[in-house]
Design a protein around this ligand. Structure first.
Ligand SMILES: C[S@@+](CC[C@H](N)C(=O)[O-])C[C@H]1O[C@@H](n2cnc3c(N)ncnc32)[C@H](O)[C@@H]1O
Length: 329
């Protein structure tokens, strides 16, 4: 089994080289069958055809995942309801994560406002799962806590609450300067959160629909190993180039963290006692109402925001000249 590579080809073929129970975490962000403008894949199968195809690679994801491992499927709720039927027979339901992000209008009913991420474990017990924390939500102008905790502010965790199953603090990539020439690139810190939730340093993360490599880049910068499959040669080339610019440097002391635009956005609860030294925390405790835990300057210097999107933009333009315009889903 070849690790730390993005392999070009059809995922069902490439899965054949992955032994049973060999991967710590699998994450899939498949084409949604919404007629997106991919470079080579045609995103418009018949209803049954699409679901039959999905059932094949979902079975492969479960097969290759270790007994301690986890399986994540990202899609619009409509398709996830079918995926859950397959997965309920083969794995163990943990959560439906609602990623609060506006999606395309789907007719004249309710306005869809979240993507789902199904979270299953291979076995019912003994799975690796860690508690995570995210920064407190604050008013953008005043910096005050959004929630009114009354007289209990000094009891709050200085960094932030435990992460729930509704994620509204991670925004879709909107600006073309930040995204690759790919219609559905996910934000790195979305993948960071899933990887911190279920894997340790040195574990193997597999993504059968790698696109421009978000999962692999997140895994690499968090000190994990990765395997990516991608049908499209150009997306493989873009991700391989970006991976060559990525370092395993999303770490403070010995604790891996997710970092975005100068801030730690996800950390492990158990790591806080080691990480606290890297932060200026509100003092006295009730000052948390207006003051957040801020990374000290020297800690900020250790972490770097991944900027390879911009560094590789010339390469992408050459590779993808003539490819359908970028759109968002
Ligand atoms: C929704 S995108 C994934 C985007 C990715 N999460 C990212 O952040 O860049 C789905 C990807 O699956 C690829 N794909 C479609 N059919 C495939 C297949 N049979 N095997 C491998 N990759 C495939 C498409 O080319 C597309 O890049």
């Amino acid at each position: 089994m070849s690790i730390n590579k993005i392999l070009q080809g059809d995922c069902l073929e490439l899965f054949k080289n992955i032994p049973d129970n060999s991967v710590d975490m699998t994450f899939a962000d498949p084409p949604f069958n919404l007629k997106k403008g991919y470079n080579s894949y045609k995103d418009s199968l018949l209803f049954e055809e699409y679901l039959d195809w999905c059932s094949l690679w979902i079975a492969e994801m479960v097969r290759v995942t270790k007994p301690t491992g986890s399986i994540f499927l990202h899609n619009i709720p409509k398709w996830l309801t079918y995926y859950a039927l397959y997965l309920n027979k083969a794995a163990h339901f943990k959560h439906w994560i609602a990623w609060d992000a506006p999606t395309a209008p789907m007719g004249k009913t309710l306005q869809p406002a979240h993507y789902g991420i199904l979270f299953y474990t291979k076995e019912e017990k003994g799975s690796k799962i860690y508690e995570l924390r995210m920064p407190h939500k604050r008013d953008r102008i005043t910096g005050r806590l959004q929630k009114d905790y009354g007289g209990k502010k000094d009891l709050l965790h200085p960094f932030g609450p435990l992460v729930s199953d509704v994620w509204s603090d991670i925004h879709r990539i909107k600006h073309n300067s930040k995204r690759d020439s790919h219609p559905c690139q996910l934000p790195l810190h979305l993948l960071d959160r899933l990887i911190l939730l279920t894997t340790d340093e040195g574990d193997i993360v597999l993504d059968p629909f790698s696109g421009t490599g978000t999962t692999a880049i997140s895994a690499k910068r968090l000190g994990r190993n990765y395997i990516g499959f991608e049908l499209d040669e150009k997306y493989v080339e873009i991700s391989t180039e970006k991976l060559s610019l990525t370092r395993a440097d999303s770490i403070l002391g010995s604790s891996w963290v997710s970092y975005y635009l100068g801030e730690v956005v996800t950390l492990r609860n158990n790591d806080w006692s080691n990480l606290i030294d890297y932060f200026d925390v509100p003092y006295p405790a009730k000052a948390i109402d207006t003051m957040k835990s801020r990374l000290k300057n020297h800690a900020q210097m250790n972490l770097s925001d991944f900027d390879a999107e911009r560094e590789t933009s010339d390469l992408q333009e050459q590779l993808l000249s003539g490819v359908a315009a970028v759109n968002v889903r």
